[in-house]
Write a protein that binds this ligand. Structure first.
Ligand SMILES: [Fe+2]
Ligand SMILES: [Fe+2]
Length: 332
């Protein structure tokens, strides 16, 4: 594990050293400064994972230092803890209003210090992970929507398939499903379509044998596209098997029954429902009720009866109607 670094800003050398020793004993790397200005100079070369700063200091006090830190975008998320002398309530209030993460009253005990530092670092770590995941999700949506740019008929398809898939999965009592697998799988299921020629993708006459063969490759092409991205590996079975059928007559592999991964069986119904209820180059949209009936009729042949049951529960709760009527932007 990387050693976490803490910056201690304190003008009293004895206090500064005491804090440094306590934190070093806990395994943190420490650098120190005796006022805000010196701390800013130090931070030019390295930025800490957490800042512990006194308030009353010569040259530049803690509040001015805090403001200077928060002004820089690369430092804005560093947890900042004020150290204040007993009785300086005013200072505590000012610090809190400015948005500091925490404050501690001096003299601090070793126990309090370690608790506050660890909990602030933990929180900041959680925030970073969440931000990273958000960034991943955003770039994935861009990737998934790249298909829609070529295929205007599928506008909102990805968003709706995701929402339908979750509506079904949440009604699958007693069946655990991998949340990430469902999310990324539904999002990326058609990513391989990016390799289908425009003339084939948007053709509104019956497809030739060769054109069909080209379309039928998209699950494998899609799986191939994401195979080297570890973060997306849970999605691979969904991408690869979303056109398999329960009775073994699907593609690309002709898998049947429970040999088809559960999450792929969920996405198959979500995908089928959306394909039926939106206009496509080769067919006009059917009504929601017609699509519901087709899913029911396909139970045991095209679709897994268990997932069809969950679909019906989700349908009866009104989720499918609600999703179908929403603009795609509001579904993610
Ligand atoms: Fe597909
Ligand atoms: Fe699809």
């Amino acid at each position: 594990m990387n050693q976490e670094t803490i910056l201690i800003v304190e003008d009293n050398p004895i206090l500064r050293q005491g804090l440094q020793e306590m934190l070093e004993l806990e395994g943190f790397a420490i650098f120190t400064a005796s006022n805000g200005q010196q701390a800013l100079d130090e931070m030019r070369d390295r930025s800490p994972d957490l800042i512990l700063s006194d308030i009353a200091m010569p040259v530049m006090d803690g509040h001015a230092f805090f403001r200077a830190v928060r002004e820089r975008s690369e430092w804005v998320s560093i947890p900042f803890v004020f150290l204040t002398a007993r009785g300086e309530h005013e200072d505590v209030l000012v610090g809190k209003n400015m948005g500091a993460e925490d404050y501690m009253v001096k003299p601090v005990t070793r126990e309090d210090l370690i608790t506050v530092v660890n909990s602030r670092l933990e929180r900041s770590h959680q925030l970073r992970v969440a931000q990273l995941q958000q960034a991943y999700a955003t770039s994935l949506t861009v990737l998934a929507n790249a298909i829609e740019v070529r295929d205007q008929y599928t506008r909102g398809h990805v968003e709706r398939v995701m929402a339908y898939a979750f509506a079904i999965a949440e009604n699958l009592n007693d069946h655990e499903f991998d949340h990430d697998q469902l999310r990324f799988g539904a999002m990326l299921h058609d990513i391989g379509k990016i390799h289908i020629r425009e003339t084939t993708l948007c053709k509104n006459e019956p497809l030739t044998f060769d054109e069909w063969s080209e379309i039928k490759l998209h699950p494998l092409t899609g799986a191939e596209m994401i195979k080297d991205i570890p973060y997306l590996s849970p999605a691979i079975p969904v991408v690869r098997y979303h056109h398999e059928r329960w009775d073994g007559t699907g593609y690309p592999q002709g898998l049947s029954g429970e040999d088809i991964p559960l999450v792929a069986r969920i996405v198959t119904i979500a995908d089928g429902f959306d394909a039926m209820t939106t206009d496509r180059p080769y067919s006009t949209a059917r009504s929601l009720d017609q699509a519901r009936q087709e899913i029911l009729d396909g139970s045991g042949t095209r679709y897994d009866p268990l997932i069809v049951e969950a679909f019906i529960k989700a349908w009866e709760s009104g989720r499918f109607r609600a999703i179908a009527s929403q603009p795609p932007e509001s579904l993610t």
